[in-house]
Write a protein that binds this ligand. Structure first.
Ligand code: GLN
Length: 338
């Protein structure tokens, strides 16, 4: 059997033989070694606090359905979650409102515009999708109107449940975004003017900047991803975090819109629902199988981590993770475990 074919059947093998997770560790280490020297890309500099982070960290983590986490390199270094938060606040809103009511707040249409574009869908007068800033701020505005002053603590609680440990946020990055986030404030006022929400813009933005400043590690992202892969139940703690419909809907939008302008390329090359953040994180979900978390802060011009994308593409290729890969053994992996 050639090496790639052997790797591709590995995920299903793990269900029957947990010792093969060691082989998965070896593959993950190999991918890490392959890209370790790649220092292409730049730090996000439009948020001064982010321009000061150490640029060369590189960590990869896989969250398995047993709750085990394979962590390689800088997988325990904390960084701000940034836009990866958008997928999880969206899942929260879906849980609270259902898909029909949520569709009155934000669409599900890829936009082909940069993530911070100040525009609404001309047909609906709503944000295109929840993965760009207009949509994410609309979601946060709606959460603010549903949850009142407790909105941020509820967001932190749900994110912590998805990660399987109590999370905190970075006060400095939060302040830095507060001081410089004029585009996001402009988006907030646009949304309020369009009656997407009727909350005070400054209060909505405070929550949005805080949610982007939540500190996670690549290992946390792997567990948060595994929670979505595991139909909304955290495999580490066994806690049910999101409902089935919300997970299906959030993963669908992550598949089409999660990587901004790079989403089409990503869908073909990697074939996984995913979300990136300008803090350098990339989270990918192999449905009913595993969560992948990568941290590497140097970004390409779309605002996606350079090594984060290379890592996910390599793992998808070597392990046959692409959703439409004929060798993806898919949901059989979890049979008997749900
Ligand atoms: N907090 C950042 C912003 O709103 C998040 C952007 C991102 O991660 N793409 O600009």
């Amino acid at each position: 059997m050639d090496e790639t074919l052997h790797h591709r059947s590995l995920l299903s093998a793990i269900a029957s033989d947990p010792s093969s997770t060691d082989e998965l560790t070896i593959i993950t280490k190999k991918v890490h070694a392959q890209y370790l020297a790649n220092l292409e890309g730049e730090l996000a500099d439009y948020i001064p606090g982010l321009a000061k982070v150490a640029p060369d960290h590189y960590g990869i983590a896989l969250g398995l359905p047993s709750g085990r986490v394979i962590a390689v390199g800088d997988a325990e270094i904390p960084f701000t979650i940034q836009s990866i938060s958008k997928a999880y606040t969206y899942a929260m809103l879906l849980d609270m409102l259902g898909t029909d009511e949520t569709a009155k707040v934000v669409g599900v249409q890829p936009s082909s515009d940069p993530f911070n574009t100040i525009s609404l869908d001309a047909r609906t007068h709503l944000p295109f999708n929840p993965m760009v800033n207009t949509g994410a701020i609309a979601v946060t505005g709606k959460l603010r109107s549903l949850l009142g002053a407790n909105a941020f603590s509820k967001i932190l609680e749900v994110f912590s449940n998805a990660a399987g440990r109590p999370l905190t946020f970075d006060e400095n990055i939060y302040q830095s975004e507060q001081e410089t986030g004029h585009r996001n404030r402009a988006i907030g006022h646009l949304l309020r003017a369009a009656h997407v929400f009727d909350e005070p813009v400054d209060e909505v933005l405070e929550i949005y900047f805080k949610q982007c400043s939540i500190l996670v590690t690549a290992a946390d992202l792997a567990v948060m991803g595994a929670t979505l892969a595991n139909l909304g139940k955290n495999p580490l703690t066994g806690k049910k975090v999101f409902g089935l419909d919300s997970v299906r809907h959030a993963l669908s939008v992550m598949f089409t819109c999660g990587m901004y302008d790079g989403a089409g390329d990503w869908a073909c090359k990697v074939g996984l629902p995913a979300k990136s953040g300008v803090g350098g994180g990339v989270l990918a979900v192999v449905n009913r199988q595993i969560g992948v978390g990568v941290f590497s802060p140097r970004l390409d011009s779309n605002g996606n981590s350079v090594r984060g994308q290379l890592t996910c593409a390599r793992l998808a290729e070597d392990l046959g993770l692409h959703a439409f890969d004929s060798l993806n053994h898919g949901s059989s992996f979890l049979r008997g475990m749900l």
